[in-house]
Write a protein that binds this ligand. Structure first.
Ligand code: PHB
Length: 390
């Protein structure tokens, strides 16, 4: 116990020393990008890294006279590993910014490193509301589950969906989605008759979907993390829920652009709410999707890619503003309050909460030129994270 305390104190001292040294560095500006590059969430790592590299290819690697260096590390979505890598990046590499974070537990595990070393930590993917409260050095460019879950709970009862079963992955973002969807649906006169939670690791959706079928709701509302949607959709069809007249609704994570096309026609007509669709109709997005696909063997960018792309922009603009002076605190201050046009639409970083404020879209899966897309048909403008007002 005592030994542990001594080690922790030594690590804290090293981190703090490293934060001071960061200032005295040469002409490099280092971004430590920690992502799941292997394992079940590797698609998130691939999307975020590809987007970060695209941003650099389009905007050059010299900013305010500094040479920007991207150091990509694989944490295989294991929180202890993420934290250890972050510590090494701060102490040995003297990175100026930590970025990435594919899952909530990975961001939460690393938050103390950001605080102790005064290093800005840009969350490009993870989406539990509370993450930004885990360190004053955390800034987010992805989204939050409360932010996107409320919109579909407003849409559903106006469209004949009153009785709902929720089915979410059993950890931070799933619990946020379940809570905010349920509260809002009930406020709107609907009812959640059962709340089911499936494990994060190796989920088997079949027994849960059987329960949904037995409950005979109008719809099942779901949140599953990016990558897990195809298995859920397959089981949904195999269990005959669609034939039984049960609709599937959810946050847009389930109809993730990365895998939507591989789901087949069972996904047609699924309505979700989210902050990004590859089909978002704007010149900025058309340009982004085209360039991303061209650089990545026709891979379609998903919402994770946009979080990575915008995160790089946030970092570049902060570096421009500070001209590389002032260390972590100055960079952080320059990130707060940034406003810009993202491929997803207009966004800004709330200076108080350090969280992203953005439009939320209601979308329906449709076929366009033989391909499945989330086609946006309604917009709720400038949505703040409702999780912050509680
Ligand atoms: C998260 O772990 O915060 C997370 C991961 C994947 C998603 C959304 C949230 O699609």
């Amino acid at each position: 116990m005592q030994k542990r305390t001594v080690i922790q104190a030594a690590v804290a001292a090293a981190l703090l020393a490293a934060s001071g040294l960061g200032l005295a560095q040469d002409n490099k500006f280092k971004i430590g990008l920690i992502l799941p590059m292997t394992g079940p969430f590797a698609s998130t790592g691939k999307q975020v890294e590809a987007a970060a590299r695209l941003y650099m290819a389009q905007n050059g690697d010299t900013v305010a006279g500094k040479k920007v260096e991207l150091i990509v590390k694989d944490d295989a979505s294991t929180p202890d590993v993420t934290k250890r890598i972050a510590q090494e990046l701060v102490v040995n590499e003297k990175v100026n910014v930590l970025a990435g974070f594919g899952l909530t537990p990975l961001a939460l595990a690393t938050a103390p490193i950001a605080t102790q070393s005064k290093t800005p930590l840009v969350v490009m993917a993870a989406a539990t509301s509370s993450i930004t409260q885990a360190s004053p050095y955390i800034v987010r460019t992805s989204f939050t589950l409360p932010q996107v879950s409320v919109a579909i709970a407003d849409w559903a009862p106006k469209n004949g969906i009153k009785k709902v079963v929720t089915l979410v992955t059993d950890y931070g973002p799933g619990i946020d989605a379940e809570k905010y969807f349920k509260e809002r649906l009930q406020f709107n006169g609907g009812q959640v008759v059962e709340s089911l939670r499936v494990p994060l690791r190796n989920p088997d959706f079949a027994p849960f979907l059987q329960k949904v079928r037995d409950d005979k709701p109008d719809a099942v509302f779901t949140f599953v993390p990016s990558g897990a949607g195809a298995a859920l959709m397959k089981q949904f069809a195999e269990r005959g829920l669609d034939k039984a007249g049960i609709k599937l609704i959810g946050t847009g994570d389930v109809t993730d652009d990365d895998i939507l096309n591989s789901m087949g026609d069972v996904a047609l007509g699924v309505v979700t709410s989210h902050h990004y669709s590859a089909a978002h109709n704007s010149p900025a997005n058309k340009k982004f999707v085209e360039a991303f696909m061209k650089a990545n063997n026709n891979l379609r960018p998903n919402f994770m890619a946009v979080g990575g792309y915008d995160g790089m922009r946030l970092i570049y603009e902060a570096l421009k503003k500070t001209r590389g002076a002032g260390g972590g605190d100055a960079l952080l201050a320059a990130m707060k309050g940034q406003i810009f046009e993202s491929p997803r639409g207009p966004i800004y970083i709330d200076a108080q909460t350090r969280d992203v404020v953005q439009n939320v879209y209601i979308r329906k899966v449709e076929k366009k030129d033989g391909q499945l897309y989330n086609v946006e048909f309604d917009t709720i403008k400038d949505v703040k994270d409702p999780g912050k007002s509680k």
